[in-house]
Write a protein that binds this ligand. Structure first.
Ligand SMILES: Cc1ncc(COP(=O)(O)O)c(C=O)c1O
Length: 217
């Protein structure tokens, strides 16, 4: 769900006042989806920690990471590098830590993001997706909410009595059989298309979703 205007800034102030750490989960918003590198940049709010995954390798090779402030780093590692050389930052025994193929995929992805100005492109296509969702889905049966932000959008359906998630699952399957992959989450159907998406793709995606919702029970 999209935070109300000013919500994250206020949250930052409250956290600062009470000494609470603020963590942004940027697994979906990180690396361009809002038209900026991170949602943190978009909102002008700096968290204490930020985690990312998916887009850093274009979602094709598993890789995730955590970024933190100096304050947290120093608390873990000792200020001014006082920790011994063999100490490892945020040590945890991941089997695939620092996997060379994943890291190579991330470096190649970041190069393409820069060369093809894909963050800017995501920022431009976001309103195209948002407008398409609102105009095609508004007023359809069982639609209780439509929301979009950056190049991500969702429609929420009223749940079937006693079967939460079933209505959206059926719509997901209907779209799937017609060649459109939409993510179902509870009774929401969510689109977060690749940054190279074109207007014609968006029309097909949203049109197929609208038809499936109309056919649904
Ligand atoms: C916002 C968000 N955070 C975290 C995750 C889980 O990420 P991972 O599978 O890399 O742990 C997801 C997965 O879809 C997500 O959408």
């Amino acid at each position: 769900y999209v935070p109300p205007q000013g919500y994250l800034k206020r949250l930052r102030e409250i956290c600062d006042k009470h000494g609470i750490l603020l963590i942004f989960d940027e697994v979906i918003t990180g690396f361009g989806r809002l038209g900026t590198a991170f949602a943190s940049d978009h909102y002008g709010v700096q968290p204490d920690m930020l985690n990312f995954a998916k887009a850093v390798t274009n979602g094709v090779i598993p890789l995730g990471g955590v970024v933190c402030t100096d304050r947290i780093y120093n608390a873990m590692m000792g200020a001014h590098g006082s920790a011994p050389d063999h100490a490892i930052e945020f040590f945890h025994g991941y089997t695939y830590s620092g996997h060379p193929v994943s890291c190579a995929a991330a470096i190649a992805t970041l190069d393409l993001f820069r060369e093809e100005k894909l963050f800017e492109r995501a920022g431009e296509m976001g309103p195209v997706l948002g407008d398409a969702m609102h105009s095609a889905l508004k007023g359809l049966p069982n639609v209780v909410g439509i929301r979009s932000y950056g190049l991500a959008a969702a429609v929420e359906l009223a749940p079937l009595a006693g079967q939460p998630g079933k209505r959206a699952f059926d719509v997901f399957m209907d779209c799937y059989h017609r060649g459109v992959l939409v993510r179902n989450a509870g009774d929401n159907l969510v689109f977060a298309p690749p940054f190279i998406v074109e207007r014609a793709h968006i029309e097909t995606m949203v049109g197929t979703l609208a038809d499936a919702i109309k056919r649904g029970q």
